[in-house]
Structure formats: structure tokens, C-alpha cells
Design a protein around this ligand. Structure first.
Ligand code: ADP
Ligand code: MG
Length: 312
């Protein structure tokens, strides 16, 4: 049976820093991922693709804010679903074009994915994730009164809304994802960390104001589809210890225990490499392989010739 891989694409796969946020620019970037996915398909892997949505959902929130006196603004879960839809469409089309060009027969399908979190998650006690538009102090106070938003100063750039980033508990629709994989289909799912939902007291699923970390969702997806490999493709070729210092050292193939030791020694930044390593360690501990590498080297990394590989 073919090996199964979950590929989490980093922000740079869709927009690079400083680029204009047009559809054309995003499509152009996505071509690099599509080329890579076709190469991985040729290595005989069943593939699930997941991706970030930071700048894209930021723009959707901005559209909602700018037009709020004309069209009622949508809640965060709906904005996430919108971003999954449009990014998924761009990916599905670009991947399919490449697959056909390469003479491959796989289908490509995007699924809108609900990711269940616990309303009891401690993240709801202290929201930390800044999202959307920047406001002045006066506007921020108004928002917090009128809409009950939690506002926070963001690195001297103004005030932003902060929302909770709870842990994903269950990804819905996974049996369908597995069925599609077994039918020669590349599946795009769980985009932007997934649509955050929780169970209400009556047991019904309902959208919740939160965002879920895409690397955590990628790991959960890897577990639930029983993947052999979980890859996080980003803008650095490897994970380093002493990153950015003169004595930085590249990590190649390591055990989860060694990775954990480096994690505890504080080598990985909180908002970027930290969540990736945590997810990677957790997955590898289940006797699996996690890879963190550059998008352009993903096929080489799967062959053990590039990237950082945490092997359990
Ligand atoms: P993505 O959009 O792919 O999730 P992030 O910016 O969240 O990207 O994470 C990748 C970034 O993590 C790299 O660009 C790098 O600057 C940063 N980083 C922090 N600590 C490390 C480390 N120890 N080794 C490598 N990269 C690190
Ligand atoms: Mg990130």
C-alpha cells in the first residue's frame, strides 16, 4: 500500500512577505507547491494538503470591517470557511493542472473542514492570537465595549483584536478524507487550521470565535488519517539550534527525545518554530516520521536527503 503523507504548507507557499495580495500573486506562488505535490505523487504517496490562511483571513476580516455599515460582518468561523474555500479552489485548480501536465490521473478535491475544540480549553481564558485590522487606542476601546472584543497592543503597530487559539480535539469528516485517498484523490483539507467549532450544552456543533494553529491541526489530521509522515513545509531548509547566532547548528535526523531536549532548552521561537517542533515531536513519538523543511526540498526530505527529520 502507498505511504500516506500530510503536508502542511507554510504562509510563504501562498504569499511571500511584502507581496501584493492579489489573486494573481497567490496563484503564482501556489504553482511552486503544486509542482512539489506532483513530485511527491510520483513517489507514490497518498497526499493530504493543509495550509495557513493568516494574511487571507486578515483581508476577509478587513473587508467585513470596512463594509460593516452596508453588509453585516460575519463571525470568525464563517470567515475561516470563506478562506478555506477560496484558497482551496486556487490550490485544487493549480495542482490539477500540474497533475494533468505530468500525465498523472489523480483527482484533487478540497473539503471544508470543521475542527472541534473544547469550549473549556484554557485558551478561552486568555486569548493571545492577534487577528485582523489595526485600530487606534480610542477605536480599540469602542470595539471592546460595543462588540465585547478583547483588544491588545501589537508590537507598537496599533491595537488589534486577540482571539483564543485552542487545541484541536477532533477533525470532522476524516473517514471521507480516507475514502478519497484510497480512490487516487489528493485532498486539500483543514485550511487555516480548520473552521473552529465546539459542542454546545445540547450536544450540537456550533461555530466559535477562535483560530486554530495550522501545525497543530496538521498533526491532528496526520493522526486521524493514520499518516506515515507529517511534513511542515516552510521558508527555512532546516530546524536549527542557536538559530540566527554565529554558532547555529542544523538539525538533520533526530529522535523525538533529542528534539524535546532542544525544545526545553528554548531553541525554538514561540509563534513560529515552537508549535511546529511540538507537533513534530508529538507525532514522531507514535512511531512515525515528522519532517520540517523548505517547500522546494520536500521530495528530497521524503527521500531522507534534506530537511530536519524527527523519527520515532
Ligand atoms: P510558517 O508560515 O511556515 O508557519 P513561521 O514563520 O511560522 O512560518 O515559521 C518559520 C520560521 O521559524 C522561520 O522563518 C524562522 O525564522 C523561524 N524560526 C524560529 N526558530 C527557529 C529555529 N530554531 N530554526 C529554524 N527556524 C526558526
Ligand atoms: Mg507559523
Amino acid at each position: 500500500m502507498a505511504n500516506r503523507v500530510v503536508i502542511a504548507l507554510g504562509g510563504n507557499a501562498i504569499l511571500k512577505p511584502g507581496q501584493s495580495e492579489t489573486v494573481e500573486a497567490q496563484l503564482e506562488n501556489i504553482k511552486t507547491s503544486a509542482d512539489m505535490i506532483a513530485k511527491i505523487e510520483k513517489l507514490d504517496y497518498q497526499i493530504v494538503v493543509t495550509h495557513g490562511n493568516g494574511p487571507q483571513v486578515g483581508n476577509i476580516l478587513r473587508q467585513n470591517e470596512e463594509a460593516k455599515n452596508i453588509v453585516p460582518p460575519f463571525p470568525l468561523d464563517v470567515c475561516n470557511a470563506e478562506s478555506q474555500g477560496f484558497i482551496g479552489y486556487l490550490m485544487e485548480q493549480t495542482i490539477k493542472n500540474k497533475i494533468e501536465e505530468e500525465g498523472l490521473t489523480s483527482e484533487v478535491v478540497t473539503l471544508l473542514t470543521q475542527v472541534e475544540v473544547s469550549a473549556e480549553d484554557e485558551a478561552f481564558q486568555k486569548p493571545t492570537k492577534p487577528i485582523g485590522v489595526f485600530y487606534t487606542k480610542a477605536e480599540a476601546e469602542k470595539m471592546s465595549k460595543e462588540r465585547n472584543w478583547k483588544m491588545m497592543e501589537d508590537a507598537g503597530r496599533g491595537y488589534r483584536r486577540v482571539v483564543p487559539s485552542p487545541r484541536p480535539l477532533t477533525i470532522h469528516g476524516v473517514n471521507s478524507i480516507v475514502n478519497l485517498l484510497n480512490q487516487n484523490t489528493i485532498v486539500v483539507a483543514g485550511g487555516g487550521g480548520g473552521i473552529p467549532v465546539s459542542r454546545k450544552e445540547n450536544g450540537l456543533l456550533s461555530g466559535i470565535e477562535a483560530v486554530i494553529d495550522k501545525d497543530r491541526t496538521g498533526k491532528k489530521l496526520s493522526e486521524q488519517v493514520d499518516a506515515d509522515v507529517f511534513m511542515m513545509l516552510t521558508d527555512v531548509s532546516n530546524v536549527y539550534i542557536n538559530y540566527g547566532k554565529p554558532n547555529q547548528e542544523k538539525l538533520e535526523t533526530i529522535t523525538p527525545e533529542i528534539a524535546q531536549k532542544h525544545f526545553e532548552d528554548g531553541h525554538f521561537a514561540d509563534g513560529s518554530m515552537g508549535p511546529k517542533i511540538e507537533a513534530a515531536i508529538h507525532f514522531a513519538r507514535q512511531g512515525k516520521t515528522s519532517i520540517i523543511c523548505a517547500l522546494e526540498e520536500a521530495d528530497q526530505a521524503l527521500l531522507g536527503k534534506a530537511g530536519t527529520r524527527i523519527v520515532g
